[in-house]
Design a protein around this ligand. Structure first.
Ligand SMILES: *Cc1c(COP(=O)(O)O)cnc(C)c1O
Length: 456
């Protein structure tokens, strides 16, 4: 593992270039009847499995959002796997329950959420958002959906900017509200929700007899890390009495820095917020921090207490199975404890600042280059740009950039993904990998320029 991170990984193509079926064809159709030797298994792991891996811990992984790990996180994860405890009740491992409580208090302080928020670790932001929407559904149906199902209900409506993450629509669907009751709200030129559009949509729905229950606002969208006007959304939610959930899955880590708390203003008044230490905070997947203000509603939404789960030790202890969808849970707080203590809050802050400074450098390079175009001014460490040599139609530019990214990724030298912003095929370069240094970004920029020039 150490050798992989220190040496081997750096010699491999960042994005796996195997063809569909390449891996499956090397794995026998049926399981072995007799046990095999670990040396042989490990040998095959290196020979068969590693070539089919995309190296998310590679410093030139600039795709999607990072799924960061770090040495302390790996060590804690090994211990978690060794202990392999099921952490659903306080009784099933008091350390897991109490460390989770404390770690969520640490995280709450780190991102300056008010004291009346309580937190729990979910497996993903998608689950956290589902938990928020289910809680809103129960709160505003007076817990009738839990009891009778949705049949007796008015149409429950959920609102978010048209650029919100797909996990919100998925949560609306799983909560049984129906795709048609997710209401996408128009955005402005910064790809942020327009508050008056939101207010009008809610008002119109109320007049039609619908029951608005929840607004989800984004602190850092996936396409371009745009920020919704969270303060204005909080006002609108307070005015209509709706649940306000903030999706800060990626950019939430930046709330550790004061300047970003100003940009997110209003998040302190939300009903719930999710951010993923498993993206930008050096803690390997899965570790999604879900904060919620109304603990009573949360517990009433999820608690079912069969005889076999009753324990003598009831409150004041926390039984986290009542805080979400999973019953059995992994001991995820341990890796947070290892990571936060090893880095220190200042260390985390410093690393984030470094990432932001690399992104700033790249942004300046792009702006200064006559053949590259910055698509939006980056708020964080996601740089959105495209290659734009003179005199090409939009369609041709889209094709050119799609071609460029494919060649870049096939080269194995770096890995980036794309999005579409205002119809423009946009290259997304996220500079937030645990091990990324300035020279990696400089080398990547060189590679991009050289390959782009070759295309014209
Ligand atoms: C990554 C992301 C999600 C989904 O996170 P998971 O933990 O993979 O479910 C949701 N919203 C935003 C803004 C994201 O960036």
């Amino acid at each position: 593992m150490a050798n992989y991170l220190e040496k081997e990984m750096h010699t491999l193509p960042v994005k796996s270039n195997v063809k569909p079926g390449d891996i499956k064809s090397q794995v026998p159709l049926s399981p072995p009847n007799e046990g095999e030797d670990m040396d042989h298994i490990f040998d095959q792991f290196k020979r068969i499995i590693i070539p089919g891996m995309t190296h998310w811990q590679h410093p030139k992984f600039f795709a999607y959002f990072p799924g960061n790990s770090s040495y302390p996180s790996v060590l804690a994860e090994m211990l978690t796997a060794t202990l392999a405890a099921q952490c659903m009740l306080w009784d099933t491992s008091p350390s897991a329950a109490e460390l989770e409580e404390r770690m969520m208090e640490w995280l709450r302080q780190m991102i300056h959420l008010p004291d009346d928020f309580v937190g729990t670790i979910q497996n993903s932001a998608s689950s956290s958002t589902l938990v928020a929407i289910l809680s809103a559904r129960e709160k505003f149906s007076n817990f009738e959906v839990n009891k009778k199902g949705l049949y007796a209900q008015r149409k429950l409506r959920v609102y978010a900017c048209e650029h919100i993450h797909s996990s919100i629509e998925k949560a609306v669907r799983i909560a049984g509200l129906g795709d048609e009751n997710f209401v996408p709200i128009k955005s402005d030129e910064h790809f942020s929700l327009i508050p008056s559009e939101l207010d009008n949509a809610i008002q119109a729905d109320i007049e039609k007899g619908y029951l608005p229950i929840c607004v989800v606002s984004a602190f850092g969208t996936t396409s371009s890390t745009a920020i919704d006007p969270i303060d204005a959304v909080s006002d609108i939610c307070e005015k209509h009495g709706l649940w306000h959930h903030v999706d800060a899955a990626y950019s939430g880590t930046a709330l550790i820095l004061e300047k970003f708390r100003t940009l997110a203003n209003g998040y302190q008044r939300a009903d719930s917020l999710v951010f993923n230490p498993h993206k930008w905070m050096f803690t390997n997947f899965d570790c999604s921090a879900y904060f919620v203000r109304d603990k009573k509603t949360l517990l009433r939404t999820f608690t079912i207490l069969p005889e076999y789960l009753k324990t003598k030790t009831e409150s004041p202890v926390t039984n986290y199975n009542e805080w979400g969808i999973q019953l059995a849970r992994r001991f995820r707080a341990l890796k947070l404890w290892f990571v936060i203590r090893t880095f220190g809050v200042d260390g985390i802050r410093q690393r984030i600042e470094e990432h932001l400074s690399y992104a700033k450098w790249l942004t300046a390079e792009i702006k200064a280059h006559p053949q590259f175009e910055l698509i939006v001014e980056p708020l964080f460490n996601l740089v959105c740009f495209r290659f734009n040599p003179a005199n090409m139609s939009e369609t041709a530019l889209n094709e050119l950039n799609a071609d460029l990214i494919e060649r870049l990724n096939a080269s194995g030298k770096l890995y980036m993904t794309h999005t579409k912003l205002g119809g423009k095929y946009t290259l997304r370069m996220v500079i937030g990998q645990t091990y990324v240094q300035k020279h990696h970004v400089e080398e990547a920029w060189e590679t991009i320029k050289v390959m782009a020039e070759r295309l014209v």
